[in-house]
Design a protein around this ligand. Structure first.
Ligand code: NAD
Ligand code: UGA
Length: 460
């Protein structure tokens, strides 16, 4: 019987996942720990570090009752019956596998800490997205603690999407749990099944062996990203031929074998996971001697990079082949709506392209802070910090951001954008006034009637 659960990592996954589990399992005590004091402080405050619709209410309901936050990793490991590892697994930026393999140093550190601080048997759950066979490495570290303890390692990948995390957690299509096919492994799986079964019907909880579970997570993300790259590839052909990518997407999506989801053409997918997980898959395929398979998946990333740079190039070529000294307003910086997360957002790369052509970019985003935006562009290392601050600005008034601009680019599909006073925006822009809709959220015809020259991805 599980009484105490610890989660290491209070990020976009650890925080919301444990909050929902705590809501649905009031008899279990949940403790989320992180090495980042500022993040823990934010989880304890009125302004949570993660913006997700519906999350505030759940945290308010559970925090201090059966959900606790702290930086006491040692204490949290000692007290727990079950420990989730939910730390970041970014792409490796050094050495072997640089630029492709997952950097597992944070996960490894967690395993070492669990081995060091545990004084009784524990179930350890991989919640982070990990390369297939990582559980083996975790188990090896845990078993080398020198004490006679029994650790069971489960794989329980998370499928939530940011912006809809609470809904995805409350009503998941499925929950996946992989474990060793031994008696001890099966009883560990059962213990985790019971936690989820508090609100998820048993038939939606899939149990597999560990390797299938680990690989299913990478495969799910690869398939989802592949659909976006596929429709984006077609968007370029639509523009060349006069076809309309939304009509094509609708026409193919009504085939029940294809289905309508994830066929929205865009300026390119962003987020912390699609690119890193596919790069990791590519690395694994090469590692296991499957270069043809590796090149197949690599193309999903190549197409996504092409879509981002194609959008930036379209802005430059339309504005008479240079944006030097011109003001371009960006509506949106987050990688998708309803999140404050900007990791790998297409906006970062399009801005970089325009700034390199000496353009000036003024950004409006309802959830992203200027500090975050500057960290994103500084992180590219393309220009000095002073240059970035000189040419890139963020305003908290959308009309100010668009004032005197030569063009507007839609980078995030925030719900508020279609309902803006577009006539007022047009009146205050330089003419000819251009709009580049990278999210297909604006009505082209209405805007053209106002006087805008409109480019919508995949619409010629
Ligand atoms: P994140 O960067 O938001 O959070 C990770 C947290 O772990 C950070 O706050 C960091 O300080 C903390 N941490 C790192 N090492 C630690 C240690 N040794 N002890 C204590 N804390 C430590 O990352 P995230 O977006 O929550 O992603 C976590 C994992 O979940 C990744 O593997 C990711 O691929 C996967 N995932 C993410 C999403 C998503 O939508 N973001 C969805 C599904 C799966
Ligand atoms: C994605 C997956 O959807 C989740 O199932 C998974 O758990 C998660 O990655 C992860 O492993 O981190 P997320 O990246 O949060 O979730 O958000 P998505 O809704 O998948 O969007 C990713 C990017 O694709 C966004 O930039 C979005 O705008 C773009 N997108 C999405 C499109 O361009 N077109 C679409 O049709 C759908």
């Amino acid at each position: 019987m599980i009484k105490k659960i610890t989660c290491i990592g209070a990020g976009y996954v650890g925080g919301p996942t444990m909050a929902v589990m705590a809501l649905k399992n009031p008899q279990i005590r949940f403790h989320i720990v992180d090495i980042n004091q500022a993040r823990i402080d934010a989880w304890m405050s009125d302004t949570l570090p993660v913006y997700e619709p519906g999350l505030d209410e759940i945290v308010q309901h559970t925090r201090g009752k059966n959900l606790f936050f702290s930086t006491d990793v040692e204490g949290a490991i000692k007290e727990a019956d079950m420990i989730f590892i939910s730390v970041n697994t970014p792409t490796k930026e050094y050495g072997v596998g640089k630029g492709r393999a997952a950097d597992l140093k944070y996960v490894e550190l967690c395993a070492r800490q669990i081995a060091e601080f545990s004084d009784r048997d524990k179930i350890v759950v991989e919640k982070s997205t990990l390369p297939v066979r990582t559980a083996e490495a975790i188990k090896t570290i845990l078993d080398s603690s020198g004490r006679d303890l029994n650790f069971q390692v489960l794989s329980n990948p998370e499928f939530l999407a940011e912006g809809t995390a609470v809904r995805d957690l409350l009503e998941p299509d499925r929950v996946l749990i992989g474990g060793e096919q031994t008696d001890a492994g099966k009883s560990a799986i059962d213990a985790l099944v019971q936690v989820y079964n508090a609100w998820i019907p048993r038939e939606r909880i899939i149990t597999t062996n560990v390797w299938s579970s680990e690989l299913s997570k990478l495969t799910a993300n690869a398939f989802l990203a592949q659909r976006i790259s596929s429709i984006n590839a077609i968007s370029a052909l639509c523009e060349a031929t006069g076809a309309d990518v939304e009509e094509v997407a609708y026409a193919i999506g009504t085939d029940s074998r294809i289905g309508p989801k994830f066929l929205k053409s865009s300026v390119g997918f962003g987020g912390s996971c699609f690119q890193k997980d596919i790069l990791n898959l590519v690395y694994l395929c090469d590692y296991f001697g499957l270069p043809e398979v590796a090149r197949y998946w690599e193309q999903v990333i190549i197409m996504n990079d092409y879509q981002k740079s194609r959008f930036g190039s379209k802005i430059i070529s339309t504005l008479f082949n240079t944006v030097s000294g011109k003001k371009i307003a960006f509506l949106g910086w987050a990688f998708k709506k309803d999140t404050n997360d900007t990791r790998e957002s297409a906006a970062i790369y399009v801005a970089d392209q325009l700034l390199e052509d000496q353009g000036r970019v003024s950004v409006y985003d309802p959830q992203v802070s200027p500090e975050r935006m500057y960290m994103d562009v500084d992180g590219l290392g393309t220009r000095s910090e002073a240059e970035n601050r000189d040419r890139l600005t963020m305003l908290d008034d959308v009309y100010e951001a668009c004032k005197d601009a030569h063009a507007i680019a839609i980078l995030t599909e925030w719900d508020e954008f279609p309902g803006l006073d577009w006539q007022r925006i047009y009146d205050n822009m330089l003419k000819p006034a251009f709009i580049f809709d990278g999210r297909l959220i604006l009505d082209k015809k209405t805007l053209e009637k106002i006087g805008f020259q409109v480019y919508s991805i995949g619409k010629g």
